[in-house]
Design a protein around this ligand. Sequence first.
Ligand code: MG
Length: 339
Amino acid sequence: MVGARIDTDSGLSGHGFTGTHAHLPGDQLIARCIATCHAPLLLGEDPREVQKLWHKLARNPALQWIGRAGITTLSHAAIDVALWDLKAKAAQLPLWQLLGGPAREQVRAYNTDIGWLSLPDEQLVQGARRAVDEGFTGIKIKVGSTVERDLRRLALVRAAIGPEVTLAVDGNGKWDLATCLRFCRGAEAQDVYWFEEPLWHDDVKGHAQLARATRIPVALGEQLYTQDAFAEYFHQQAIHWVQPDVTRMGGLTEVLRVCDAANSWRLPVAPHAGDMSQVHVHLAFAHPACQVLEYIPWIKDCFTEPAEVDAGFFRRPHQPGAGTTPTAQAWERFRQPVA
Ligand code: MG
């Protein structure tokens, strides 16, 4: 993960992060962008003025030609989240409370970590059963190999977990429309909760066609960088579940705009766990559009207040901030200088 720590003259520090899951050179490019393009714009500013600072960074003329999405947005994401972390710490509130929550008493978790495409059938089924035994009422499995293999695995998992547990599938944009249509015809009998990223991320028209052709709801958003990209999906009626991510968009500030827009379209939000749900759990407790939240426990041990699930529901955070403060051990172990 690439992160930003913002120190203030009050002694408080804010933490935010983004990530590419891809190591070099992407992470170093983002770190360089934070250090050289964005950090100088923050010196001397009041970190609580998140909206003003969001526009200062997003409308920086020096970056307009080289990137209105990608490295500059991921870099902005880390900083914006660090600013929200600071704002919540300065108010001595957990972020969900600063945002006006709770909007709900419980946040339902769904488990993605049992459903990877590389798992053999038997391990997939065992993992699904284990998740349900642990109390999860929702799981998601990956698709995108062959239609035949993925339909077989979907049927095996549905048979193993019974009809009550919500079962979503995630294609990560690997298939074309014809393949998606074939898959959906076979999958409709398994009561699929949503089909996530069926097609390439920018193909709004294709998603609209698919949404009209199948009874399975379409979900996407983890690869979209701006509220404008989401707006196009809303207007084309190409999306049923909205999945923004604070580590991919320009931080929480832009994600809140998307959540408000989704709410006005009466579309449910299921934030993508690019942040491993450290920040999104605050969002989900605070925003009325968020109905369910992804659980992938890969890095939770790095934080002073890890995103934890008890019997299928996220624990409500209580520490001031956005849930992004690393433990001293994680900071020492994983910290690397900007090259
Ligand atoms: Mg996904």
